[in-house]
Design a protein around this ligand. Structure first.
Ligand SMILES: [Zn+2]
Length: 336
């Protein structure tokens, strides 16, 4: 690589003298490609700037990739959204690294001259909150459900961040820190900005204890965090799937027209997506619950279960088995 670079540099000096600008340009491109290949091979993808996608008038989102977090994808595996009002911008979720969040702030600046006023956190999972520190500024209020406080002070959060500094370097490093909300809410909360009404509705404990969804009653748009997964298998983790199913039932009552999920594309088939997530959780609980009650070993139960309705979905291989295992343990403990 270094040798090619030197030869390229020497030729760049020589070619213009010979008047061969076209060939010099080709060399520049070759060097650029080699550099890009090297950067890619080093596991650090050449990043394209975030492109917000308009999902409704004044409502925008950026969509992370369907994958596990890695240096190559910069931990850009979750969505963030923002609502542009005549009195300022409300951002929903902060993305998975400070650098990504900084890019999001720049992207918002390209869409609207309005300042960012609020950041609402749907839940304190790494891929949604590692960007928070980039939003901290006078005049910006970060809001989350109080359930996130105990996570912030937990060993889990500290160890997760420690591991991420290694696994997601250089995007997560020693300067990345966990940021508490400025305002912790305990129940349903409404506010209005620039004539747009926002409903913050706690729906946890479901995916996490602090799950919070944001609903715009005016346009019937629901920012559902990780309560609704679209186009991929959810990560159930240690979630209380029984409560999660109840939360989904409550969301169905919102009668949303559009859902901006925490992962995957915007959904214009809100009810069907709510139902898919719900059906998956119900299926997990049925298949694993029966096995746990019959004291059937997990491996046998897993092999026997019918996954045909879900196995075509992205991340099935990465997530389904661990989801099933966690559900098995939950049901073994007499899970609700
Ligand atoms: Zn997530």
């Amino acid at each position: 690589m270094r040798m090619y670079g030197w030869i390229g540099a020497i030729r760049l000096l020589v070619y213009p003298v010979r008047g061969d600008l076209r060939r010099a340009g080709a060399w520049l491109r070759t060097c650029g490609l080699l550099a890009a290949a090297w950067v890619w091979a080093a596991g650090v993808a050449v990043a394209l700037p975030l492109q917000p996608e308009q999902v409704a008038p004044g409502v925008w989102m950026v969509q992370g990739v369907s994958a596990l977090g890695s240096p190559a994808n910069r931990n850009f595996i979750s969505n963030a959204a923002f609502v542009d009002t005549p009195a300022g911008v409300v951002v929903i979720d902060a993305l998975g690294s400070p650098a990504l969040a900084q890019e999001l702030i720049q992207a918002i600046g390209r869409v609207t001259p309005q300042p960012i006023r609020h950041v609402v956190v749907t839940h304190y999972h790494a891929d949604h909150i590692y960007g928070l520190q980039a939003f901290q500024a006078p005049g910006v209020t970060i809001t989350a459900h109080r359930g996130g406080l105990s996570y912030l002070h937990s060993d889990t959060a500290r160890l997760r961040l420690q591991a991420s500094r290694e696994e997601l370097a250089p995007w997560i490093d020693e300067n990345t820190r966990l940021v508490p909300a400025d305002r912790w809410i305990d129940g349903p909360t409404r506010f209005s900005l620039g004539g747009v009404d926002f409903v913050l509705q706690p729906v946890g404990p479901a995916h996490t204890p602090e799950d919070l969804v944001v609903f715009l009653p005016g346009s019937r748009i629901l920012f559902a965090g990780d309560i609704v997964f679209r186009g991929r298998i959810p990560f159930v983790g240690q979630a209380d799937s029984g409560r999660w199913i109840e939360a989904l039932d409550r969301l169905i009552d919102f009668d949303a027209r559009l859902i901006v999920p925490g992962h995957g594309p915007v959904s214009a088939s809100a009810q069907a997506d709510l139902k898919l997530t719900r059906d998956y959780l119900v299926h997990l609980r049925q298949a694993m619950g029966e096995a746990a009650r019959n004291l059937e070993p997990f491996e046998e139960a897993y092999a026997k279960a019918d996954w045909s309705r879900f196995e075509h979905l992205p991340l099935f291989k990465a997530a389904n088995r661990i989801n099933a295992y966690n559900t098995y343990l939950l049901m073994e403990q007499g899970g609700r």
